[in-house]
Each structure stands twice: as structure tokens, then as C-alpha cells.
Design a protein around this ligand. Structure first.
Ligand SMILES: CC(C)(COP(=O)(O)OP(=O)(O)OC[C@H]1O[C@@H](n2cnc3c(N)ncnc32)[C@H](O)[C@@H]1OP(=O)(O)O)[C@@H](O)C(=O)NCCC(=O)NCCS
Length: 253
């Protein structure tokens, strides 16, 4: 693998929900669609995680663009149906060209940001992928065979890494699970993350770079960044990771 492309860094922030209570000041940041979604969440841990995620998103955008959290507006038009539940994007006249994505698993909220190109991030709990039918739903036949080559104690890790890499790629294009994960082939978990093939009949294969992101024990995380003309696709992604608990806890400063 070569070096990294200068100027193409991706920053990945990880916070744990519960660091911040669902405070009025955090909820006040949310727009109408986000509040409606929050209102539908009944369990305190789900409400805390959702609020933490959308607070983190804004604090990360503020840190990278200078646009104050309270002034940010997001569009989240679903690619499939046009509804307001798709990939968030900073909106408004003159909004800086910043690319963001969010993911949740267990207590973790992960936000990735890049000035370079659209991206996707995914965090997965190993045990959440431990169900009958995972291989059929998530892996190609070749990958399912490769999984069996892993020691049985390593399979929860391997499944989660496979899934995080695939979902990060699916989120980078914004199609999500509209594209069947079995139409997407990535390198096995013991090899550097790469997209190998994408055979959806309607959605053309993207060109992207993938990287694993260190997370907590029992979790896997990956980020995918779409390529722009001139990118060195052999170069690794420059991924900078940040523990964002203090950032979240510091709001409102
Ligand atoms: C994108 C998708 C894979 C995320 O699944 P998930 O289990 O919620 O996974 P994560 O926790 O990793 O990510 C959630 C975040 O991804 C972001 N997101 C939503 N849709 C997205 C998309 N199409 N592409 C990329 N990111 C997306 C959002 O920020 C979301 O968090 P939020 O709702 O709090 O804003 C899934 O929602 C999907 O496949 N969506 C497209 C198809 C679909 O079902 N559409 C709804 C009916 S039209």
C-alpha cells in the first residue's frame, strides 16, 4: 500500500451516549424532523443516543467549518423515496462543502467528517451479527466460505468487520441497504479493507477507499470515502480518530 493522499483526511469521532443527558439545550438544536423522530423513541437510552448523535454531528461540523452548531441546517432527503430520513448533509445558501455521516451501535455514536468527498461510516457490535442467517443475508457465497476458515472464536469479530466494511461502502453512496449486501464484496477481515466488487443490477459500482477504524472491544467500525478524479486509489486513507466524550460533555460551552 502506498502513502496517503494529502488533503484527503477523514476524521472519525466516537462518543458514548449517556455522557450528556438529553438536555433541553441539546434538544433545542434539533430541527422539526429530528424532534419528531426523538418523540417516537421511548427508551431513555435510545433518546440519549439519538440526541448525542445529532449533537455530535453538529459539534463536529462546527469544529471543521466554523458554522456554529445552532446555525446549522441539514437536509436528509432519502435517495429512494424523497422522505426526510436519508443521509444528513449541511444545507443552506453558501453552506461549506463538508461531508458527514453518523452511525450507532450499543452505547457508541460515531461521526465521520471529510472536506474531500462523500463518505459513509458504520459501527457494529460483534454480537449483533451473531444470528442464524447472517451469512446468507450479508455475505457473498465466497465470503461465507472464507468466514468458515476463521477460528470459531474469531468469527464474531470477522462477521462484524465484514458487515461494517460493507455498510460503510453502502452509506458512502447513500444507497444503504437498497443495494443488497450480497452484491457487495469486500476483502476479508484479516486483510486491509478494500471494495472488491459491486454487482447491483441498477446502481453502478462506486470507486471508493475503505479503512477500518479502531473502536471499543467487541465493536468493529469502518469508513468509506468516495473517490474524486485524481485520487491515488492505491494510497491508504488518512483516518484520524478522536474520543469525543469531552466535546459532547462540554456542550453548551
Ligand atoms: C443507511 C442505513 C443502512 C442505516 O442503517 P442503520 O442500522 O440505521 O445504521 P447506522 O446506525 O449505521 O446509521 C444511521 C445513520 O445513518 C445516516 N443515514 C440514513 N440514511 C442514510 C443513507 N441512505 N446513506 C447514508 N447514511 C444514511 C443517518 O444519519 C442515520 O442516523 P439518523 O437517522 O439518526 O440521522 C439504512 O437506514 C438504509 O439502508 N437506508 C436506506 C433504505 C431504506 O430503508 N430507506 C427507508 C425507506 S425509503
Amino acid at each position: 500500500m502506498g502513502g496517503v493522499n494529502p488533503g484527503t483526511a477523514v476524521d472519525v469521532y466516537r462518543a458514548r451516549a449517556g455522557v450528556v443527558a438529553v438536555t433541553e439545550s441539546a434538544v433545542a438544536l434539533l430541527d422539526g424532523a429530528e424532534r419528531a423522530r426523538l418523540d417516537r423513541l421511548l427508551r431513555p437510552q435510545d433518546r440519549a443516543r439519538y440526541t448525542t448523535g445529532h449533537l455530535l454531528l453538529r459539534l463536529v461540523v462546527q469544529a471543521h467549518t466554523g458554522v456554529p452548531a445552532r446555525e446549522q441546517r441539514f437536509s436528509r432527503t432519502c435517495l429512494l423515496c424523497g422522505g426526510p430520513h436519508g443521509k444528513p448533509r449541511l444545507a443552506g445558501d453558501g453552506a461549506p462543502d463538508v461531508h458527514v455521516n453518523l452511525s450507532y451501535a450499543g452505547p457508541y455514536v460515531v461521526a465521520a467528517v471529510s472536506a474531500h468527498a462523500p463518505l459513509g461510516v458504520d459501527v457494529e457490535q460483534w454480537e449483533a451479527t451473531d444470528f442464524a442467517g447472517f451469512s446468507t443475508a450479508a455475505l457473498t457465497r465466497a465470503e461465507a466460505q472464507e468466514l468458515l476458515g476463521f477460528d470459531v472464536v474469531d468469527r464474531p469479530w470477522a462477521r462484524a468487520v465484514w458487515w461494517a466494511r460493507k455498510e460503510a461502502a453502502l452509506k458512502a453512496t447513500g444507497h444503504g441497504l437498497r443495494v443488497d449486501a450480497t452484491d457487495v464484496r469486500v476483502t476479508p477481515p484479516d486483510r486491509p479493507a478494500r471494495l472488491l466488487s459491486w454487482t447491483d443490477a441498477e446502481v453502478p459500482a462506486p470507486t471508493l477507499r475503505l479503512a477500518d477504524v479502531p473502536t471499543g472491544p467487541g465493536y468493529a467500525c469502518a469508513v468509506a470515502v468516495l473517490a474524486r478524479p485524481g485520487d491515488d486509489l492505491e494510497a491508504g486513507l488518512d483516518v484520524r480518530t478522536h474520543d469525543a466524550d469531552d466535546l459532547v460533555a462540554s456542550f453548551p460551552a
